[in-house]
Design a protein around this ligand. Structure first.
Ligand SMILES: [Zn+2]
Length: 237
């Protein structure tokens, strides 16, 4: 029936690995957004007594960071796509030029996965008859629907996640009292980072405690050092 979840959907939902790609990009992007924009804002807040320079620096950091994150992700995932495409083209040629060898290679892969020699060959033959290229792409090259690189999707996810993360310190810079701005920025950034770290650990099935400790420590180091730089350059503009 339409709308009802199939058994396969349930199976996919229960496995963390299927959430890993977009989750990792989203969490890394948001973490980066919070940490780099908050650190930038803290550095300027430590050096300035006025709100405008802090807001300006935060906004500039947010826009520059989001664009460079998206561009970086697009470039790296595109090159992965290029590699995948080149591999698939080579596979097409090999299947045409040496079908017997390719069949044996596929059977060897299934044998390594635990099938008996005869069964492996039967499976390889049947899958080759059905869709030789598909079988080789999936089982020999290891390229499947889930792992296939999607540059635009990945770039958008990273840029959007960075923007979401960076908006949080911007709101702090806009609305909280100027007097204790560095501490507000630090405090809220650490809270946001802990929430994000805990969410990522929970969704990814890993230890929440470890994730929270790790993000708090490194977040404090990053923001502490930029605050120090800001104090050193206190310019009272
Ligand atoms: Zn092959």
């Amino acid at each position: 029936m339409a709308g009802e979840k199939s058994e396969e959907d349930d199976y996919l939902d229960n496995h963390y690995i299927h959430r890993s790609n977009w989750l990792r990009a989203a969490v890394l992007g948001a973490n980066d957004g919070i940490l780099s924009v908050a650190s930038l804002a803290i550095g300027v807040a430590a050096a300035s007594e006025q709100r405008e320079p802090i807001i300006l620096a935060t906004l500039a950091g947010l826009v520059a960071g989001a664009l460079s994150m998206a561009a970086g992700e697009y470039v790296s995932v595109s090159s992965q796509t290029d590699v995948e495409k080149a591999d698939i083209e080579r596979e097409k040629i090999e299947l045409k030029q040496m079908p017997e060898l390719e069949l044996q290679r596929l059977a060897d892969i299934y044998e390594q996965r635990g099938l008996k020699k005869e069964t492996a060959l039967i499976v390889a033959k049947e899958l080759t008859e059905k869709d030789a290229l598909g079988a080789h792409i999936r089982d020999e090259l290891g390229i499947n629907e889930i792992s296939q690189a999607k540059p635009v999707q990945a770039a958008f996810a990273s840029g959007a996640a960075f923007t979401f993360g960076g908006l949080l310190p911007l709101l702090v810079a806009l609305f909280l009292p100027l007097k204790s701005m560095e501490y507000s920025l630090y405090g809220f950034a650490i809270i946001f980072l802990i929430i994000l770290g805990a969410m990522a650990a929970k969704t990814g099935g890993s230890s929440i405690g470890k994730a929270v400790l790790r993000i708090t420590f490194w977040g404090t180091v990053a923001m502490g050092l930029t605050a120090l730089v800001g104090y050193l350059f206190n310019v009272n503009v």
